[in-house]
Design a protein around this ligand. Sequence first.
Ligand code: 0O2
Length: 210
Amino acid sequence: MKEWDELLAPYKQAVDELKVKFKGIREQYRHSPRHTPIEFVTGRVKPVSSILQKAKRKAIPIDQVEGNITDIAGIRIMCQFVGDIDTVVELIKIRNDFRIVDEIDYIKHKKESGYRSYHMVLEYPVQTIDGEHPVLVELQIRTLAMNFWATIEHSLQYKYSGQIPSHIEARLHRAAEAAFRLDEEMSQIRGEVREAQKIISTTTDPINKP
Ligand code: 0O2
C-alpha cells in the first residue's frame, strides 16, 4: 500500500484546484450586476486519523479506502439563501471539468440529527506527472445558517465521542428547526437584502465610485 502522503497528494491537489475554481465563480459574479450565489468556499483533505476511524466504522479494508470513502477530499460552498443552493447545483451540472457520480439532497430529506446540506460526489481528474488520476471529492453546499448548525453539532459530536446526551440532542433538533426557519424568513425578504447589498457594494467599492 502507498504511503499516506503519496496517496493523499492528488486529493490535496484536487481540493486546491477546486477551491480556486469555485472562488473564481464568486469573483465572476462580483464583476457582474448579478447576486453571487456563493458566499464563501472552504476545503480540506480528511486527516489520516479520521480516514482510519471511518474505514473501521464502515468495515472498509485500508487498501480499499480510495473509491469507498468518498469524502477524503471535501469542498464546502456556503450560500446566503436556500435558493442560491439550486443555482450552485445548476452551475456545477453544466461544467465539464469533472463528473457527478452521486447527489444527495439532505435539505429536502434532512438527516435524523437535524443536519441539512446538499451533497454531491464528483469524480475530478487530477493531472499528475504520471498521467490523469481521477479522485472522488465530496461537495457540500449549504446556507450560512445550515453551516452554523452543522459546525456546532460536529464539535459536540466530537466532545461526546458521538454520544451526545439526549437533552442536548433535543436542543440541537430545535436549533436545526430554528436555523431552517431563519433561512425561510431570509428568503422571504431576499429582494430587500439583495438591494441593500448592491447599494453597499457600489458605495464601498472604489472601482464603482464616481
Ligand atoms: P468531517 O469531519 O466533516 O470530515 P456517514 O456514514 O454519515 O458518516 P457518509 O455515508 O460517508 O458518512 O456520507 P454523509 O452522510 O454524506 O456524510 C459525510 C459528511 O457529511 C460528514 O463527514 C459531515 O461533514 C457531513 N455530515 C453528515 N451528517 C452529518 C450530521 O449529522 N452532522 C454534521 N455536523 N455533519 C454531518 P464526517 O465523516 O462526519 O467528517
